[in-house]
Design a protein around this ligand. Structure first.
Ligand code: ZN
Length: 290
């Protein structure tokens, strides 16, 4: 048995499956190192298409949040995540859809109130490392943008005893704040090669929304690269837990085409946006400098 964990890493995600896509290997690495890992998921993913061929849309739709919470529990177990916490908001759906107006959705939540919920979890688990998305939420989804906003605010406010007072929990200051990233140059090469091999690859994606300029971060801005090659099998198994979201023919489950930059999914990339300790400009460990 590993000794009691020294450090705690907390990732704040928007929906079930986001935890695997950008941080699955990172969760596995730090679990294996014996650190405590906490996944905070803001919504239960009640919106979006249902891809599980064994489910009937009309029957599954009303209980989709429940189904996806179970899928998330499966993935969390596969990623050896120490603790899963749900913030309890409703999925806001893609930008511009009617779900954005639902008063229970994360997008409509009061920023201070939602930040206070996260601050309470930070004071309880006392993470040194906080991870979420960039200001664009990675790809513009309102729930991802909101996750970014509350994580950034919580990093600054969890140590302030006057913000959202928690008499039973002491204030806590995380040390480093990270945003997940896709390396832009690698994404450009991957899309080129995928389209050469199959001109219809990603044909169902809106090319403007699916552009490396929007989704990718210039490699020069990426501070932190985590080698997750040895965790790929478990990562794929965790993706398969998300049956209603990741169909068997998803590109997430296929090997990358020959010649594509293999580091796109076998390494995980981050931008360190805040650090209260001196850490190397380029690091291969979220805990560097602690
Ligand atoms: Zn998401």
């Amino acid at each position: 048995m590993p000794e009691s964990p020294r450090w705690c890493i907390m990732a704040v995600h928007a929906h079930p499956d986001d935890e695997v896509i950008s941080t699955g290997g990172t969760f596995l690495r730090y679990a294996e190192e014996g650190q405590r890992t906490v996944l905070v998921c803001a919504t239960a993913g009640e919106e979006g298409e249902i891809h599980d061929p064994d489910l009937v849309e009309e029957e599954a739709r009303p209980r989709l949040g429940e189904i996806r919470t179970r899928e998330l529990q499966c993935a969390a177990q596969t990623l050896k995540i120490g603790t899963l916490e749900m913030l309890g908001y409703r999925d806001s759906g893609m930008a511009g859809t009617p779900a954005n107006e639902n008063p229970d959705c994360f997008h409509q939540a009061d920023l201070d109130e939602a930040t206070a919920k996260l601050v309470r979890l930070i004071r309880r688990y006392r993470p040194e490392i906080l991870i979420s998305y960039n200001a664009f939420g990675g790809y513009g989804h309102p729930d991802h943008i909101k996750a970014h906003q509350i994580t950034k605010a919580a990093f600054e406010r969890a140590a302030d005893p006057s913000f959202a007072p928690t008499p039973e929990l002491s204030p806590w200051q995380p040390v480093k704040l990270y945003e997940t990233a896709i390396p832009r140059e690698a994404m450009v090469r991957w899309l080129e090669i995928a389209r050469q091999q199959d001109p219809n690859a990603f044909a169902n994606r809106n090319s403007e929304d699916w552009s490396p300029e929007k989704l990718g971060t210039p490699e020069a801005e990426i501070t932190t690269v985590i080698d997750t090659r040895r965790y790929q099998e478990a990562r794929i198994a965790a993706l398969r837990c998300h049956r209603t979201q990741i169909p068997e023919d998803s590109f997430f489950l296929k090997p990358l085409p020959d010649g594509a930059p293999q580091d796109l999914f076998s390494y995980e990339h981050f931008v360190r946006v805040r650090s209260l300790v001196k850490a190397p400009e380029r690091e291969d460990d979220l805990l560097a400098g602690l």
